[in-house]
Ligand binder design. Structure first.
Ligand SMILES: [Zn+2]
Ligand SMILES: [Zn+2]
Length: 180
C-alpha cells in the first residue's frame, strides 16, 4: 500500500489534521505522514462562485508536489477549510484521482453549525474521518459502492455521510486488500 502524505492547505486546522494519521494507519495499514506544502489556494478561487476549483487544485498538486516527481507511488491528500466545487456540481466535499496519487477534502460543509445546529466536534470529526477515508479509497482505485453503510457509498448531502460507516463493506475491503 502506498504511503499517505497529508497536506494541510490554506490554514487547515491543526487540531483536525492531527486526528487523521492514527485512523488512516489503522484503516490502510500504511505509513502516514503530515507534510507542509506551500500552495496558494487563491489561484483556484472562482470569484463569481466564491468557491475553489478542486480539479485544478488536484492537477496542481500532481504536477508540483515534490514526492510525486518521477512517478513515485505516494498518495497525497490535501485538507482545506474552504468550499470546493467542480463545474457540474454546486459543491463537493472532496475529489480524488481514482487509481492515481492525489485527493482533496474540505471540511467547510461538515460542521453542524453550518446548518444552524449546535456545534458538535465529535460529529465533525466523524464526518471528516469518513470523507478522508472515502477519497483515499478512490486513490487506491475503489469506485462508488451501492452498500449504504460502506464508506465508499457516495454522499451528496451531509446527512448521507452520517448514514454510512467509516469502514469498507466486505466487497470493498477485499478489493482494497488486493491492491499492490
Ligand atoms: Zn466518491
Ligand atoms: Zn463497499
Amino acid at each position: 500500500m502506498k504511503a499517505i502524505h497529508l497536506l494541510p492547505i490554506g490554514g487547515a486546522s491543526p487540531e483536525l489534521v492531527e486526528t487523521l494519521p492514527g485512523l488512516l494507519r489503522e484503516t490502510f495499514r500504511t505509513r502516514v505522514e503530515v507534510h507542509a506544502f506551500n500552495m496558494d489556494p487563491e489561484q483556484f478561487l472562482d470569484a463569481g462562485r466564491g468557491q475553489y476549483n478542486s480539479t485544478d487544485m488536484l492537477m496542481h498538486l500532481k504536477s508540483r508536489y515534490p514526492a510525486l516527481e518521477g512517478g513515485s507511488g505516494v498518495c497525497t491528500l490535501a485538507l482545506v477549510p474552504f468550499d470546493l466545487f467542480i463545474p457540474i456540481l454546486t459543491y463537493v466535499f472532496g475529489e480524488a484521482e481514482v487509481g492515481g496519487n492525489v485527493a482533496v477534502v474540505s471540511y467547510h460543509r461538515l460542521a453542524p453549525e453550518r446548518y444552524g445546529l449546535p456545534s458538535d466536534n465529535d460529529l465533525l470529526l466523524a464526518r471528516l474521518g469518513k470523507e478522508v477515508v472515502h477519497e483515499i479509497g478512490h486513490v487506491f482505485s475503489l469506485t462508488h459502492c451501492s452498500v449504504q453503510s460502506c464508506v465508499m457509498h457516495s454522499s451528496s448531502y451531509v446527512e448521507d455521510i452520517d448514514l454510512k460507516e467509516r469502514s469498507f463493506c466486505r466487497g470493498c475491503a477485499s478489493e482494497l486488500a488486493h491492491r499492490p
